[in-house]
Design a protein around this ligand. Structure first.
Ligand SMILES: [Zn+2]
Length: 157
């Protein structure tokens, strides 16, 4: 209910979002645009070395869809690498993984997955009680902390 399968789940945003070949004047520079979910596909498959099945599960897409995303991502990277194009990573249809927490007083809130790994919450942000628990299993949608071109704006995460 209310799920939009269009959005691919992403656990990690790239730290660097622009790559430019050295020695190419900006005016001659062509650009390849890699979407956030394409970057995530590369990350899961090629840097984490997961099987495609697991990658697909992590991104909540079918395996053929994952394979398509990955193939496109690799094509773009190869194009950039071999033809001296810049790579810009932005946009796409994705949602950030977040975890839901609840405190003893009934407040609920979300913490982006990445933040949680680095610094798990210790207090309720509303009433400051340390009596908090992670809701498990994942609730419908992990929340949509950001998507598409607006992922930098709006939400504080
Ligand atoms: Zn609270």
């Amino acid at each position: 209910m209310g799920r939009q399968p269009l959005f691919r789940r992403v656990n990690s945003l790239p730290q660097v979002t622009y790559f430019k070949p050295a020695g190419v004047p900006l005016t001659d520079l062509q650009e390849v645009r890699l979407s956030i979910e394409e970057a995530e596909a590369i990350r899961l498959k090629d840097t984490e070395g997961l099987e495609q099945d697991e990658c697909a599960q992590r991104m909540r897409v079918s395996r053929p869809t994952f394979a398509r995303i990955l193939q496109l991502a690799r094509q773009k990277m190869a194009d950039a690498l071999l033809n001296g194009k810049a790579i810009r990573i932005e946009g796409g249809n994705y949602e950030m993984a977040v975890r839901h927490f609840r405190c003893g007083n009934g407040h609920e809130w979300e913490v982006p997955f990445e933040v949680m790994i680095n610094k798990p919450p210790e207090l309720c942000p509303t009433c400051n009680t340390p009596d908090i628990m992670a809701l498990w299993p994942w609730r419908p949608g992990w929340g949509r902390a950001g998507r598409g071109r607006n992922y930098r704006g709006g939400r504080n995460w």
